[in-house]
Design a protein around this ligand. Sequence first.
Ligand code: ZN
Length: 490
Amino acid sequence: MPDIAIARFAHEGNSFSPIPTPIDCFKHDEWQIGDGVPKFYRGTKTEIGGALAWLDRHPEWKPTFLRCAGAPSSGVLAPGVFDTILADITSGLSKRKWDAVFLSLHGSLNAAEYAHADYELLKRVRSIIGNTPLAVSFDLHANVSQPEADIPDILVGYKCHPHVDMEETATKALDIMLRKIKGEVNPVAVIVRADAIIPSLFARTTDGPMAEIKQIAADIEKKYGLLDLTPYQGYAYADSEAAGASAWATADGNRDLALKGATELVVEMNKRRPLLFKTLPSAAEGIARGLAAKSAPIAIIDSADHPGAGGIGDTPGLLAALVASKPTKPTAFCFFHDPELVARAQKAGVGAKLKVKMGGRLTPLFGPPVEAEVTVGHLSDGKYVNQGPVHGGIGVDLQGVARLDFVGLPISVMITGICHDATDANFYRAAGIDQTKLQVLAVKAKNQFRASFGAVFKEMIDIDVAGPAAFDFSSFPFKKAPKTLYPLNR
Ligand SMILES: [Zn+2]
C-alpha cells in the first residue's frame, strides 16, 4: 500500500499591516494533525477536503496527516512562526520514506525571516523528501517565481476568484501526481511574469477582464495539451522579489510548449491591465449614494481593511463617514475587532448604555477612533458554522460578539473578539444583524463577499479609504518588489 503524507501551511502576509501575525491566529483557525485532519476537513470545499475525497476514490493510498495550519490573511508572520510550523511538518516528513507528498499552500506566505516564504518552505521540504513525488496546490493570489516552480513535481493553482474551486485544485494536483508516478506524464513548469502588481478588486473571474483571462488560459491549456495553466493574480500587499501577476504553465515534458503557453497568456494579461486600475468613490460619496438609493439594501465595501487581504479590522474611516452622513434609515457597520470592548459590553449586558471609542485602537495610522454613546443591542458567543459558498462547513469562533447601537442615529456597529472575514451569512447572524432590513451595510470586505451576497444586495459600492490593503497601493513603501512593475514604475 503506497503511503502519502499530507500537510497544509496556508497564509497570505500583508507587508504593510502594522500588526505581525502570531501563531495563535493559526491555532484559532485551522490547526489540526493526525486524526483531527479528516474530522475537521471532511466534506469541506477546501484543498484538504478535496484530498480526502481523492483518497476515498483511491483507497489503495494510505494517508498520514501531518500538521495542517491555516489562518486568514493578516500581517507578516511574527519572528519564529514560520520555523515553528514548518518544523512540525518537516519532523513528520523526516520520520520515514514516503511514496508521495501533498502540500496545500497559499503561495504568498510572508514571514519576518523570508518574504518569499513558500519558496523557502519548498526548498526545505525537497531537501528532506529527496525525489519523492511532491504535489502542491496554491491560491490564485500567489506571488510565484521560476526557482520555486522548479521544486515540486506538480503545482496547481486556483482558477477562480472568489475561490470556489479549492477542492478541484487539490484533485487536479493529485491526479497529475498519480499519472507522473505511473510514468504516464513528465510535468515541467515555466513561469512567465506579467508587467504589473495588480489590485484584486476588479480581478474577479466571474465577470470582467479576469473572467476573460480564465477562459483564455483554459483555451491555451487545451490548445497545447498542457497539464495545467494557471494565471496567478499575485497578492499586491506582499513585498517580495516574487511580487506581481504571472502565468504558470505545466507541460508534459516539453518546456518550450510550457513557455509558449505562459507567454501567450501573459500577453493577454498585460493587455487587460488598465481595466484593473480604476478610480473609486470616497467613503462619503459611496455612503451618500447608498442612502439615496430607492431600492435597498446597498453594501458599501471597504476593501482597504478587508481581513481576507491582510486587514486588521480596525480602520475607522468608513464608520466616521457613515456617522458624518447622519443617516435616517437603518444602517450597520461591520466590523471592529476589539476583544476588550466585547468584554465590556458583555459585562454591561443587553440594554446597557456605554460611552465608547471604536476603531483606531491598534494603530493611529488610518485615523482616530470614532467616539459615541451606544446601547448594547445584541450579544453572542460568536460561534457558528459557515453556510458557504466560501469555506462552507468550516466552524468559526469569533470569541464573542457585541452589537452596539448608536444613541440618536440608526447605526449598529458589530464588534468581534477576533479579526475575521465578513463573508458568511452566519457572521451577521452572530450580531443579530438582518442584512435585508438595512438601507446601507458598511462592511470591511472584498470579492468573496460578492460571492456570498450578490443576491441580497441591490448594489455593492466599492470605495477608496485608508487602510493596510488600500486599493491605491502605489505609494506604499515597497522595498523588495521589482521597481520595473506597474504601478511602482510610475
Ligand atoms: Zn486568494
